[in-house]
Design a protein around this ligand. Structure first.
Ligand code: ATP
Ligand code: MG
Length: 257
């Protein structure tokens, strides 16, 4: 199963990706976490110390040149099947596995911005990510969770065309719902109809009637434990509200499976 997480900036995409990855691993799945955002925060949100973060794919100018600019032109189908194993790092589980379940692992791969790598441009970053996702879909039964950059640009470039499901994250605000609706529309155009809407920091009320907002909806309340924690710590796992979050993640995965 390959899922992407999209939405407006700051709505909680990285947090939801971290919660779902940890829940999946504790439920027995092996999980590849792909940080496709340039802010590089998925590792931190999953409790990984800064010195343990993996080297971003983009910083490997040797690889970018070799794979993307081979023979002097941009190769849109670079062979990248080995990158996950070569560059990803193991991320420890931050909560107890479920009783009687052999937990899977979590591995983090950071794409990084490619604009300055290997004389490249944003199209390089997309070519690399697209090729990577295509190779992972074909090669493995594991779960792949892709934390996308905020906004709709990734979808516009077709990056998410290889994923099986999309988690559209929004805040309870009109601007954020508008972005969510745009994300939903572009994803549907890519043929990605398996979508859910996650309204994060939900405090009640009905979402606006916007076309293309995914029909299947889940809410996550404001988490007091996280509000306290995030003053000093970027880790979003192991909260007082974890049991509640686990139940929500389980329902979202069921809706997308
Ligand atoms: N339900 C919640 N309750 C309280 N705080 C939350 C909740 N969800 C997320 N946060 C906090 O909101 C902030 C933004 O969350 P996060 O980084 O996951 O958003 P994002 O959509 O990935 O942002 P960006 O667009 O910058 O990548 C973080 O500090 C996170 O701890
Ligand atoms: Mg993020």
């Amino acid at each position: 199963m390959m899922l992407a997480f999209a939405g407006k900036g700051g709505v909680g995409k990285t947090s939801v990706t971290s919660w779902m990855a940890d829940w999946l691993a504790r439920s027995g799945h092996n999980v590849w976490m792909i940080d496709a955002d340039t802010a590089l925060s998925l590792g931190q949100a999953s409790g990984l110390a800064p010195e343990l973060l993996p080297q971003p794919v983009s910083s490997r100018t040797d690889l970018v040149r070799e794979r993307i600019h081979a023979e002097g032109f941009i190769n849109l189908n670079p062979d990248v099947g080995d990158l996950p194993r070569e560059l990803a790092v193991e991320v420890p589980l931050h909560e107890e596995p479920f009783p009687g379940v052999v937990p899977g692992w979590k591995r983090l791969l950071v794409m990084g911005g490619l604009s300055n790598a290997g004389g490249g441009c944003a199209c390089d970053a997309n070519a690399l990510l697209k090729a990577l996702l295509a190779s992972m879909v074909m090669d493995s039964q594991d779960c792949v969770l892709v934390d996308l950059e905020s906004g709709v640009e990734h979808l516009g470039r077709g990056t998410a065309m290889h994923v099986d499901g999309l988690v559209v994250v929004t805040e309870p605000s009109m601007r954020s719902f508008s972005t969510a609706s745009e994300v939903g529309r572009m994803a549907s155009e890519l043929g990605l109809d398996r979508q859910v809407l996650v309204i994060n920091r939900y405090m009640g009320g009905d979402p606006p009637e916007l076309e293309h907002l995914p029909d299947r909806r889940f809410t996550i309340p404001v988490l007091g434990g996280l509000v306290q924690r995030q003053m000093t710590d970027g880790n979003v796992l192991n909260l007082p509200e974890s049991v509640e979050l686990d139940a929500i993640m389980e329902r979202i995965v069921a809706a997308l499976s």
